[in-house]
Each structure stands twice: as C-alpha cells, then as structure tokens.
Design a protein around this ligand. Structure first.
Ligand SMILES: *Cc1c(COP(=O)(O)O)cnc(C)c1O
Length: 410
C-alpha cells in the first residue's frame, strides 16, 4: 500500500539493515569505529567493493538513517548530513567552485552566509557576484565562463521575499549552471525543490527539522538532475561515479577532509524531528495566519509581512511554490524603534531570542541586532527598517499568543 502523507512516510522509512532487536526506534550508534571479519574484507572495503561503515567522521548508522529518511521524503538522488547549516552551505559550494571561479547570489542572505561569501570565500579567491533576484537580464549579465552556480534562499529573512524559482531555473538550464537553494525557511513538507528545477538543496536542520531547536545540523541534497560532466571541478569523479559524482566528491574529499560531521545523538534528534515536522508546521502556520489577521487590524501596527496572508504581495509565489505555507516567520512594523523596544520588553509569553522555528515563539528587532554591524546605507539597501520586528512563530496556544501581543501593544 502506498503511503502518501509526509508524516506517514517519515514514520515508515526502512532501516538499511534489520535491527537485531527489532527496535522500533533507530538506536544511537555512539561508536567511532566498526570492525571487519578479515583483512580481505577491509581491503575490499577500501577498494569500494564492500560497503560498510568504517569510521564515524565519514559515515555512521544513525546518521545514515537520517540521510535515508531525508532521501525518501524528498525523493532525492543523494543526501549528506553535516554538522550545521553553514557546513552544508560551505561544503556544497566548495565541491563545485574553485579559486578563480564565481557564483551568483541574491543580496538578501542569512547573515553568516553573506559573510561566508563576502569574506571567507573571497579570501580563497572564490568570487560571489551579488544580484537582485527579480530580473532575468540583470542576473544573466553577471554570468561568464567561470560562473558555476546560482545560489538563492527560497524566502529571504527577514525581508520575506519569495524568489521566482522557475525563472532562476530557466537561467541555470540555459547556461548549464547549477541551481543551489537554501530552503531552511520552507520545510520539506511544504516545498518540493526538485519540482521547480533546483539541482542542489542545502538546509539548516537546526531550525525546523531538529524538532524545535534541540541541536545543530545541516543537510545537502542532490536531486540527480544535473549533468556533472558540465562542471570542470567534478571531472575526477564523473568517470567512476557518474551522476553520484557530487556526493562522491563530498564524501571522499571536501566533507571527509574538512570534518564537519553530524553526531549520532544529533541524528537521532533529527530523526524524531522529521516525524513531528508536519504537525508542527501546521500549528505554526495556523498561529501565523491568526496573528497576521490580528496584527493587520490593530491600530498600532503599521505593516505586516507574511506571504501566507492572502493580501500579501508575495502570496502568488507562496501558493505556487510552497502550497501556501511560505515558512512560519513573519514581520510587523510599529511606529518607531522605541515602540518596538517597549513592545518587546512587555512580552510575557513570547521570548526575546534570535533563532527560527523553535517550538517557542521568538521575537527579535533585526535592525539593532542581526544587522548591527551593517551601515545604515547597507541596512536600507537590504530592507532592514528600525521599525520592524521579526517573529518566529511557535506552537503555543493561539489565544495565549494573541493575549500576550495584545497586552504588549497597549
Ligand atoms: C540558520 C540558517 C543558516 C545557518 O544554519 P546553522 O545551522 O546555524 O549553521 C543558513 N541559512 C538560513 C536561511 C538559516 O536560517
């Protein structure tokens, strides 16, 4: 019988090997090394002829099961779990771009992704050409023979701009480039990257997938649609590994040698996180919609940003790409920075913290925190107003959230 729902499928992904005790829960294999029956068997393993776990920095059973679940849920070709979202982004890009080459990326990026591109990669001679992501011609103007990929975030944070993914996919196909998406904001139960032409997806599993801010992790997903022979950095891998070349390069080179592995304990949290992802997203979404309606009619609120709302200018793309659920982060504007601070300080249920997709509702004033190191000009360019608050909406009872906001807005 085919299991079609996200949660049902998540709960029924088979293990790679039958558990000797028939455990219904994937055990946490907290082991560094795995033994072999004979010298011949080890030799066969190192030659690639006998597949088994050897040393847990490279692969381990609990982490492998998390990867298998992601692979099954996303219908992906290959999946690699790593130690954080930043490890996913840096490992994926270092596998496909080298010194002297470039990628094109949107201006509006998660802060550390921006500094990775603008500082860390640029120090290594890997250039990022920042572009606004709305107009095909502007993006195409930046492409040259050294361009390897276009990189974007599905919904930018905190601006909450939704990119036209099919437009980007048309560009990358036309120029034989890779399309890489950071889909952290739009969890895998609402976003099917493959359907819209994304080749590689990177996710900070720390956010939604961890079950609610329980641990750090990242995931790199290959949908198997890109012809790796088109990328000169994969030519050592394509003859032997064919369309597994990208994951093979990660496992045999970039990921293994830089050591950003996920721990078995973390993988176990992620495994649970996937099972409860859909019900959490649904609750957060309901809360977003109710809070959105409430805030929109409140006289002290100047503007509300949430592409899930029918009157939001981005709602068309939210429906097209994310089944109407463009993540569960929202923003709203008050009269002034002062009003924002007073509001935050009066809150009793909503927590002042910078994270996304915790089970708790979190609030932050991006202008004075995440964007504190930016000049006012940079903040203006990236749409960061000092009157704006960002809410990462959690799973509390809706009425309690409304009551908290209502008393703090007085
Ligand atoms: C948090 C986040 C990251 C980085 O993830 P970590 O797990 O903190 O390394 C990358 N991209 C986006 C969109 C994020 O929200």
């Amino acid at each position: 019988m085919e299991k079609t729902g996200f949660t049902t499928r998540s709960l029924n992904v088979p293990y790679s090997k039958k558990d000797p005790h028939s455990s219904l829960q994937m055990p946490i294999y907290e082991a560094v090394a795995f033994e072999f029956d004979s010298a011949e068997q080890i030799e066969a393993n190192f030659r690639g002829e006998y597949v088994a776990h050897v040393y847990s920095r490279a692969s381990s059973p609990t982490v492998e099961y998390f990867e298998l679940k992601m692979k099954a849920l996303l219908n992906a070709h290959g999946v690699l779990a790593v130690s954080s979202g930043m490890a996913a982004i840096s490992n994926a890009i270092l596998s496909v771009v080298k010194t002297g080459e470039n990628i094109i990326s949107g201006h509006q990026l998660f802060g550390h992704t921006y500094t990775l591109f603008a500082h860390t990669f640029s120090d290594l001679g890997i250039e990022t050409r920042f572009s606004e992501m709305k107009h095909q011609e502007e993006i195409e103007k930046l492409i040259d023979s050294k361009t390897r990929a276009i990189y974007f975030e599905t919904v930018t944070n905190p601006q909450l701009e939704v990119v036209d993914i099919e437009m980007l996919s048309a560009i990358t196909k036309k120029h034989n480039l890779l399309l890489i998406a950071d889909s952290t904001i739009t969890p895998p139960n609402v976003f099917n990257a493959q359907q819209f032409g994304v080749d590689i997806e990177v996710i900070s599993a720390t956010k939604y997938i961890s079950g609610g801010a329980t641990c750090f992790g990242g995931v790199i997903i290959d949908y198997g649609n890109y012809n790796w022979e088109l990328n000169p950095n994969l030519t050592n891998y394509t003859p032997k590994f064919g369309n597994n070349a990208f994951i093979a390069k990660l496992r045999k080179n970039i990921y293994r040698n830089t050591g950003g592995s996920m721990t078995p304990q973390t993988a176990s949290n992620m495994i649970q996180g996937l099972d409860i992802l859909e019900i959490r997203v649904e609750k957060c979404y309901q809360n977003c919609m109710t809070l959105g309606d409430y805030l929109q009619q409140h006289p002290h609120v100047k503007a509300v940003g949430y592409p899930g709302l029918k009157n939001d200018p981005q709602h068309f793309f939210a429906k097209k790409y994310f089944s109407g659920i463009p993540g569960t982060i929202m923003t709203f504007d008050l009269e002034s920075k002062d009003a924002c601070f007073q509001f935050m300080n009066r809150l009793k249920t909503i927590r002042r913290a910078t994270n996304l997709n915790d089970n708790k509702t979190l609030i932050i004033h991006p202008h004075s925190t995440i964007y504190a190191e930016f000049t006012e000009d940079e903040r203006n360019k990236t749409g960061i107003r000092d009157t704006m608050l960002r809410l990462s909406v959690g799973i509390e009872n809706t009425n309690d959230l409304i009551a908290d906001i209502s008393q703090a807005l007085k």
